[in-house]
Design a protein around this ligand. Structure first.
Ligand code: NAP
Length: 253
């Protein structure tokens, strides 16, 4: 069984890779930082030297790179589209360039890989795709507006695909991983400071792997509760609440 994980060089993606060595014997680990990919490859091989592990250092904001990644690795049983990042600040103040790079990574790269692998998996009527969204995918996100919007896209894309696959009785599966704050490199990249303790990425990865058969994979009771309550609150009220939470996340507060 072969798994491809984007964003495998750190955080949630790296923890998921560590947990899948019992079930999968072939790995394609994708990110930009080759040195960190080499480290995780070495670690996994030390655990089990029968594993076949390929690392791919690539910039996923480049569309050609995404297409090449697919063309070079079509025979994937589980695709984990996990690479992504955020940015903190007022929409009118944050960098347009960083927004576009975020959209290219969180939305366009995820979309290209989902499209190409769904097509391939439907042809052979097998395979599973797990796209990393966030609790942010169910909410408007003042002070991290672009990030929340990208994750809303991840959620809505998967919800549509799931229904199409269900109607054609396809064996291909799609799931979305929707964590709340997690202690990873995310805070540094997003220039944000979580105002309550972020979850351990090991716990998030463990939950994700254990509940892969679900569509909405939402680790932690408090995050599932937030999602449940948000269904009964208007979008305007959600935005007001999220603003108050995010305002406390400014670095230096
Ligand atoms: N941490 C949180 O609080 C949290 C909560 C909910 C959802 N999430 C989501 O979880 C996913 C993983 O994030 P994380 O928290 O584990 O953060 P992380 O430790 O910063 O990991 C992000 C991963 O994405 C890769 N990546 C980023 N931009 C890339 C690009 N342009 N091309 C190729 N690879 C790229 C990074 O590798 P390189 O730098 O080596 O390229 C890294 O492996 C993201 O989609 C994030 O939005 C995070």
């Amino acid at each position: 069984m072969k798994v491809l994980i984007t964003g495998a060089s750190s955080g949630i993606g790296r923890e998921i890779a560590r947990l899948l060595t019992d079930k999968y014997d072939e790995f394609v680990l994708v990110a930009r930082n080759q040195a960190r990919l080499d480290e995780i490859k070495k670690e996994l091989l030390e655990k089990n030297n029968n594993l076949k592990i390929e690392t791919v250092s690539t910039e996923l904001t480049n569309r050609e790179n995404c297409i090449n990644l697919f063309n070079n690795h079509k025979d994937i049983d589980l695709l984990i589209n996990n690479a992504g990042f955020g940015d903190y600040g007022e929409f009118y103040e944050t960098s347009l360039e960083k927004d576009l790079s975020m959209i290219d990574t969180n939305v366009i790269a995820m979309h290209i890989l989902t499209k190409l692998y769904v097509q391939e998996m439907v042809k052979r009527d097998s395979g599973h795709i797990l796209n990393t969204a966030s609790i942010a995918g169910f909410l408007p996100g003042p002070l991290m507006t672009t990030y929340y919007a990208t994750k809303n896209y991840v959620v809505k894309l998967a919800e549509g695909i799931r229904e199409e696959l269900r109607r054609k009785k396809s064996k291909v599966k799609i799931s979305i991983l929707c964590p709340g704050p997690v202690k990873t490199n995310f805070e540094v990249e997003a220039n944000v400071k979580f105002n309550f303790k972020g979850a351990d990425s090991k716990i998030i990865a463990k939950y994700a792997v254990k509940h892969l058969n679900k569509f909405y994979v939402v680790p932690q009771f408090k995050i599932r509760f937030i999602r449940f309550i948000s269904k009964f609150v208007s979008s305007k009220a959600q935005a007001k609440t999220v603003y108050k939470v995010q305002a406390k996340r400014k670095k230096g507060n």
